[in-house]
Design a protein around this ligand. Structure first.
Ligand SMILES: [Fe+2]
Length: 507
């Protein structure tokens, strides 16, 4: 008999029972002694007609979630208003123990460029009501797009006051560029401390996400805007490269660890990927912002060659210059080139993790000291991309970057060693939400500014995010910084703003 995938819903005295005929496993609602919505809700990966809404049932978030080992029906609804009276979509989705009782609903048939509200319910427990927004139609004429980008929220280094202020902005979406969690163990001197040791297993990573996502400011930021997310290294392991761990784990050990970390990432983020528990996830993807912009989101961790020259800040050895070194992997590099070639948008924004501009940390003439974890360790990958942008006259390329816990504005040159070389793109590097940039690094960068005239701005002590406003005339980036990450009531201000004009790469 041919199986058909449909749901039979029966109301029994114990509550809602749903039978999924594909798996023939029943789903039921447990007796909760605590709200299952401790991690809040989130939305993400908006398109013009759809958006992902997410939650995870976790009544006891730091103890593996605290759910029984059963399948649980979760009701969801989407409305046009914050009171949830004008419903435009609703349904039931099954939360399974295999995915940590996380759910992703791809809500379709929505109107373009439109604000919606959504909510989940299990039994008598209702989640917060949260707001989201679809993108404009791909070919629509759009006057303005506003977004913020952020990265690096080390729980132990400070409070998420930046998220509190981010939630008050007027934005279409948030781009998060990685280091959503940090995998390392507890620092007893930290202002607030990790629970648990170094993350190695699925349960470790789940508990770490649960701890981070318990933060009300982080939840507020998710509850206000759809997020477009990618990861960097700390979602798995500091400075990992493809299947090479930072420390002495074997490839086989690290394969298991990375698989667990990737699954936990999926379980805690509103990303639209086809997910099966396995060793890889295709995370690179693109978003159309009407005729105004195209956003291409990269993954510079999963496919890269191991950092050359022993990683860290090093003089460039031959390996760093080698054509065989790759940062994106062949498939992603070809995908990016075709996305750029096919784009008819005014602005082409590449959202990625690590700083693309060259930065020579040794100011002495004819000397060189470069961070091998950044694009500086993958010189030919960068040369190919910047040459591609120039050769194909890609319209207004802009790179947005995280990772380095400090604020930068860089003009991306065809030849960074020649100040007269053309600028082909502009890079905005956001500082961290909370992660530290050590004082000695600030001093080292400042000392070397003279050897890097394409770097137009650097600030290494403040935390926050960048708010960008895109119009047909310009892209304006405001560096929004908080007065302190140690004060939960800290204020926010714009440190400085930078403008790229249409047709004129560089700030
Ligand atoms: Fe970071």
């Amino acid at each position: 008999m041919k199986r058909r995938h449909f749901l039979v819903t029966t109301l029994l005295s114990s509550g809602l029972i749903i039978i999924d005929q594909l798996s023939t496993q029943a789903a039921s609602i447990p007796d909760f002694s605590n709200s299952p919505f401790t991690l809040g809700v989130a939305s993400g990966d908006p398109q013009s007609d759809r958006v992902i809404i997410w939650t995870r049932l976790a009544p006891f978030p730091l103890e593996g979630g605290g759910m029984p080992n059963i399948r649980v029906p979760v009701q969801w609804k989407v409305a046009k208003d914050a009171k949830m009276s004008e419903i435009v979509g609703q349904g039931t989705v099954i939360a399974t123990p295999e995915l940590g009782h996380s759910v992703h609903v791809d809500v379709t048939q929505l109107e373009a460029n439109h604000v919606y509200w959504y909510q989940f319910q299990v039994g008598n427990y209702k989640s917060a009501i949260a707001r989201t927004k679809t993108l404009p139609n791909p070919n629509a004429s759009v006057d303005k797009v506003q977004f913020a980008f952020a990265s690096c929220q080390d729980w132990q280094n400070g409070y998420y006051v930046a998220h509190k202020h981010l939630a008050d902005e007027d934005l279409d979406f948030v781009v998060f560029l990685g280091d959503y969690i940090y995998e390392r163990s507890r620092d007893n001197n930290a202002v607030r401390q990790h629970q648990g040791e170094d993350c190695l297993t699925l349960e470790d990573y789940r508990n770490r996400y649960a701890q981070y996502k318990s933060d009300p400011n982080l939840q507020a930021s998710h509850h206000r805007f759809p997020w477009i997310m990618t990861w960097d290294d700390h979602e798995v392991d500091n400075n990992y490269a493809n299947l090479t761990a930072e420390d002495d784990q074997t490839i086989e050990q690290f394969k298991k660890r990375r698989k667990a970390a990737y699954q936990a990432y999926y379980e805690h983020t509103p990303i639209r990927v086809s997910f099966q528990p396995r060793e890889d996830i295709t995370l690179y993807r693109s978003f159309d912002l009407g005729n105004l912009g195209k956003l291409m989101v990269l993954d510079t961790r999963q496919y890269r060659s191991d950092q050359p020259c022993g990683d860290g800040a090093k003089p460039r050895c031959q390996e760093a210059m080698s054509e065989t070194m790759t940062l994106l992997g062949t498939a992603q590099e070809q995908w990016l080139q075709s996305q750029l070639s096919d784009s008819s948008a005014s602005w082409n924004i590449i959202a990625q993790q690590i700083m693309m501009a060259q930065y020579n940390l040794d100011p002495r003439p004819q000397q060189g000291l470069f961070n091998m974890d950044q694009w500086d360790g993958y010189v030919q990958s960068r040369r190919r991309l910047l040459n591609f942008l120039d050769d194909n006259k890609i319209s207004n390329p802009v790179v947005i970057t995280g990772d380095i816990h400090s604020s930068w504005v860089n003009n991306l040159k065809l030849d960074f060693d020649d100040p007269r070389s053309p600028t082909v793109a502009t890079e905005f590097v956001a500082t961290s939400i909370s992660s530290e940039f050590p004082q000695q690094y600030v001093a080292a960068v400042n000392l070397a500014r003279i050897a890097n005239p394409h770097v137009k701005f650097f600030e290494g002590t403040k935390h926050g995010y960048v708010r960008s406003t895109l119009t047909s005339e310009s892209l304006k980036s405001d560096y929004r910084v908080v007065s302190s990450i140690l004060d939960p009531d800290a204020s926010i201000e714009t440190l400085q703003s930078f403008v790229v004009k249409n047709g004129q790469p560089g700030v």
